[in-house]
Ligand binder design. Structure first.
Ligand code: ASP
Length: 311
């Protein structure tokens, strides 16, 4: 019989320049802790990393404080289009949906695609899949997001549309990385995007740049999608670990490189030995974890410089 290992979990609710727009540190901490407690319990009950990631993403998608599922930000035309990526580390298999509307849990569609021949679907195709799955029509908008959008429109979108990442719009994104008692890894990431972006813009969250897992490491990213894509960050970190680097080395080097190119991003990850890591070049990353002994978070970690930590 295979020996069981201690499950590990880390999840995030985005990165950015302040916690103000999310209602402050206490509100975010509470949301993260609630999700961590529920998902970590699943892992200790023997649920697989894949299932824990999906459940964790669903919980965070349902929390309007975060920019994914309910509470997603509006695009430049006032519509919500969501994207989600899922990766099973054991099979090294990626699936995802890009710019899907009117469903509650984009991560469900991303997971569903694991079994399909065509594993990444965009708007129209993703919508067809939702219909095929008979997912109920769901409106993920909230009054708060609508007001943010209206506020910005009043100023005739003075900020460039594809570049609005201010805390008013609140970039966001949620992500979950889990390591189960059988040593399997999985990662999932779900987002409403940057907010105010051009119609048709594709987020990193449904790309291996923003969400990647193999049997050695699993990583979920957040921050400016274009920066994450340019660094191919999630895959870069995981592949460095596959090539024999330790998780701290892979995070440290990848974040130093990202910082030298003035990227604005963050990432969380776990390796096959159950080490947990996170890093950021942005001021804050809203990440929390359970390492088997305790729950903790990275909300008050020093800002302004490259930070990478191993828990
Ligand atoms: N990475 C997401 C995107 O650019 C946004 C975020 O993580 O805050 O779509």
């Amino acid at each position: 019989m295979m020996t069981k290992v201690q499950p590990k979990l880390i999840l995030h609710g985005g990165a950015g320049s302040s916690l103000q727009s999310k209602g402050g540190i206490d509100a975010v901490r509470q949301s993260l802790q609630k999700a961590i407690a529920q998902v970590y319990n699943l892992l200790t009950d023997g649920v697989s990393a894949k299932e824990a990631v999906v459940q964790g993403c669903r919980i965070l998608e349902d929390d309007p404080i975060f920019n994914a599922g309910t509470g997603s930000v509006l695009q430049s035309d006032g519509q919500i289009r969501m994207s989600a990526g899922f990766m099973d580390g054991t099979r090294q298999s990626f699936s995802g949906v890009i710019n899907v509307s009117r469903i509650q849990h984009p991560i469900d569609l991303a997971q569903k695609l694991q079994q399909e021949r065509d594993r990444v679907l965009s708007d129209y195709g993703a919508q067809e899949l939702a219909r095929e799955q008979q997912l109920p029509v769901y409106d993920p908008s909230t009054e708060k997001r609508l007001q943010e959008w209206l506020q910005d429109r009043k100023g005739a979108f003075q900020r460039s549309m594809a570049d609005v990442v201010a805390e008013s719009a609140g970039r966001g994104t949620i992500g979950v990385v889990a390591f189960d008692e059988n040593g399997n890894l999985a990662a999932g990431t779900s987002t409403g995007g940057k907010g105010f972006e051009r119609v048709g813009r594709v987020s990193d969250s449904a790309m291996p740049a923003g969400n990647y897992a193999n049997s050695e490491a699993a990583v979920s990213c957040t921050g400016i999608g274009e920066d994450i894509i340019d660094e191919c960050l999630a895959a870069r970190i995981a592949i460095r670990v596959s090539d024999g680097w330790s998780l701290p080395e892979a995070f440290g080097r990848s974040f130093a490189e990202a910082e030298s190119r003035q990227r604005d991003l963050g990432a969380i990850g776990i390796d096959q030995n159950g080490h947990i890591a996170w890093g950021k070049t942005s001021d804050v990353i809203l990440a929390g974890f359970h390492n088997g002994d305790r729950m903790g978070d990275c909300l008050e970690a020093a800002s302004g410089t490259v930070v990478d930590r191993i828990i």
